[in-house]
Design a protein around this ligand. Structure first.
Ligand SMILES: Nc1ncnc2c1ncn2[C@@H]1O[C@H](COP(=O)(O)OP(=O)(O)OP(=O)(O)O)[C@@H](O)[C@H]1O
Ligand SMILES: [Mg+2]
Length: 388
């Protein structure tokens, strides 16, 4: 018996040693790759011609084209965004939906060039941004130039306002500072005026009083409004809102969404709205993109995707959304879990959770294809209908 245990211990030790060696090997390879990307990022004096580009469609504000963003971890490469293409037309709202961990935030952080380095890197693809004065490819744009784009032209609203507000400064001071950063030529009194204007725009009553308050003196909903005011204080033309209402209760959620819609009209901006709340999508979005495990599985007008969902994953998402007035014993949830991100299968990523799969679903990963003019799906069920 003890011999067996000793034998087992030996095997275990050998396995551990092998795992350690493998990790070391991976880490060595990662370092090589990361070094290359970081060197590229740190280049100074990049000629604008290197990142200038042309939009495929000038009516789009942003064109994410075949984006690949990976994390090179010691456990292996996590392909968080694995060939994603999304267009946001000017003045429209595009919703990005999908389960936790599918790559929504990493997609949006890529657009801002804020992916957590050095492990996280954009490894392939383009992000064309229709900048006033000429389109640029954000992937190739140097950090120094990105600092003008962030905040000034593209604003990001994060999920949790307390992480973006500093508890030791007043609300007014913080918004003033943001404006100052982007408009160094503005006079202090004009900056204060603009801050108060912004607070009023986001529906804060007694804006003058709130100007002197500290973050902890405000409610959660007010803090989120302040965050939005801060993000919008420099008239962005494109807003990325990553789960802007998840941390709030339902009534405040509705108010913040109304506010976003209102502001979008007032400043004529375009929005990329990230959410896992399909109710929010139905209310706000013109177009919907459904992501699963780093890839897009369905994409189309909100109307089409909602009323005529095609991908079994989208159907599952819609089925798992509680409906008002409908009594059910328990809410539906899609069985199974997302595959291990460092060793994805070489067939459809959703196959192992799918109740509609066919024999050919063991074959190649299905491509995203048009099934009608304004609707694309990546699923073998529709292969015969593969249009354009
Ligand atoms: N800094 C990081 N290092 C390593 N892996 C990361 C890092 N950030 C994200 N990932 C991985 O990338 C994948 C996508 O994450 P992401 O944050 O985009 O998910 P999400 O769709 O925004 O989910 P949620 O709805 O929970 O916000 C996940 O597998 C996650 O573990
Ligand atoms: Mg997220």
């Amino acid at each position: 018996m003890s011999g067996m245990t000793a034998e087992m211990k030996k095997i275990k030790k050998a396995e551990q040693k092998e795992a350690k060696l493998r990790m070391k090997q991976i880490s060595k390879e990662n370092n090589k790759i990361i070094k290359k990307f970081e060197k590229e990022k740190k280049r100074k004096k990049v000629d604008p011609s290197e990142y200038q580009t042309t939009m495929e469609n000038p009516d789009n504000i942003i064109e994410i084209d075949n984006l690949h963003t990976y994390f090179f971890t010691d456990m292996g490469t996590v392909k968080s965004v694995n060939g994603v293409s999304i267009e946001v037309p000017k003045g429209k709202t595009v919703a990005l939906v999908g389960e936790s961990g599918c790559g929504k935030s990493v997609t949006s952080l890529s657009v801002m060039k804020l992916v957590q380095g050095p492990t996280g890197q954009i490894v392939d693809g383009a992000i064309r941004y229709n900048r006033k004065g000429g389109a640029v490819d954000i992937v190739k744009t140097p950090i120094s130039e990105m600092q003008h784009i962030r905040g000034n032209e593209i604003a990001m609203i994060f999920q949790e306002p307390m992480t973006s507000l500093n508890p030791i400064f007043t609300i007014g001071y913080q918004i003033d500072e943001t404006i100052k950063l982007h408009r160094p030529d503005m006079k202090d009194e004009d900056i204060k005026k603009q801050t108060i204007e912004m607070l009023k725009l986001v529906g804060i009553a007694r804006a003058e009083g709130i100007y002197d308050c500290y973050p902890h003196e405000l409610s959660g909903g007010m803090r989120q409004r302040v965050m939005i005011a801060m993000s919008l204080s420099c008239d962005p033309q494109f807003i990325i809102a990553d789960e802007p209402t998840t941390a709030l209760d339902v009534t405040i959620q509705a108010q913040i969404l109304d506010l976003l819609r209102d502001i979008k009209q007032k400043i004529d901006a375009s929005i990329l709205l990230i959410t896992h709340d399909l109710g929010v999508v139905a209310e706000m979005a013109d177009y919907v993109v459904v992501m699963y495990a780093g890839k897009i599985v369905e994409q189309g007008t909100a109307h089409e995707v909602f009323l005529n969902p095609k991908h079994p994953y989208t159907m599952g998402l819609i089925k798992s959304k509680p409906a008002v007035g409908k009594v059910v014993d328990r809410l539906y949830s899609i069985p199974g879990a997302v595959p291990n991100p460092v060793s994805m299968p070489n067939y459809c990523f959703f196959k192992d959770r799918c109740d509609k799969c066919l024999a050919k679903c063991n074959g190649d990963i299905p491509e995203l294809r048009y099934i009608s003019e304004d609707h694309k799906v990546a699923c073998h069920l529709y292969d015969s209908k593969g249009g354009k």
